[in-house]
Design a protein. Sequence first.
Length: 301
Amino acid sequence: MNSSSEILKALENESIEILRETAAAFRKPVLLYSIGKDSAVLLHLAAKAFYPAPIPFPVMHIDTTWKFKEMISFREEMVLKYGLNLITHTNKAGVEENITPFTTGISEYTRVMKTVALRQALDMNNFDAAIGGSRRDEERSRAKERIFSVRESGHRWDPRQQRPELWRTYNPRITPEQSMRVFPLSDWTELDIWNYILLNDVPVNPLYFAKERPVVFRGEQMIMVDDERFPLINGETPVMRKIRFRTLGCYPLTAAVESEATTIAEIVEEVMNVKLSERATRLIDGEKEDSMEKKKTEGYF
């Protein structure tokens, strides 16, 4: 076993321990499924952690109605593959009020269709722990998270009130008004994720592979025109480019990158040479009023 395989095995063991601890320590946990590469690894690890039994908690997807079509079809494939107990939730009030990436500012759209929707779903189902695929290397505020991260009443996160986690000693205790967010992939990097996918043949969404797709340019970003709802401006016409996505989300807010990578091995090579975080292609992340830290304090994952 080479050093890379040893690192991945250690990360796998840590994540499996966290998943088992969550299943044992909480009354009603749920695994949040975003349909991206991190979620793909998280599902694989959860299946492995409890094999030959099924994954012992439901899987939940917050559907804004603006996800890529290939994300939804892939989600249904994974439900069948893993035998998932899938819960989907959409903020119906937001849909009725026509809150979309085009009719509302990005910050308000994210608050209503993602943050509020997530809080609704957690409260409606009375979940006391939510497992997610966030990694510390993604973004500065996520680097402040503990693996077991307490949320106060209303799912509020206070980065100044983080519990110590010394020598991997986790503290899952919560009071009745609190809940927990759990991050089994905290110590993984983007490259670790792709190397693990390569080594374990984990299925991932086809959007991660380079293909000719219709795009328009908005500023310096390439946005894929995924359906007829995308409003073209000034008579613009989508052009075909060979692109792939490093991260997946709502398609009007997720920029593509030009790429020739059509295999996992080629993606690994590409990631090794890139300098920017994959979050650089997510239009919902900002420096000020739209910052990730502000969204997280409001209940965003």
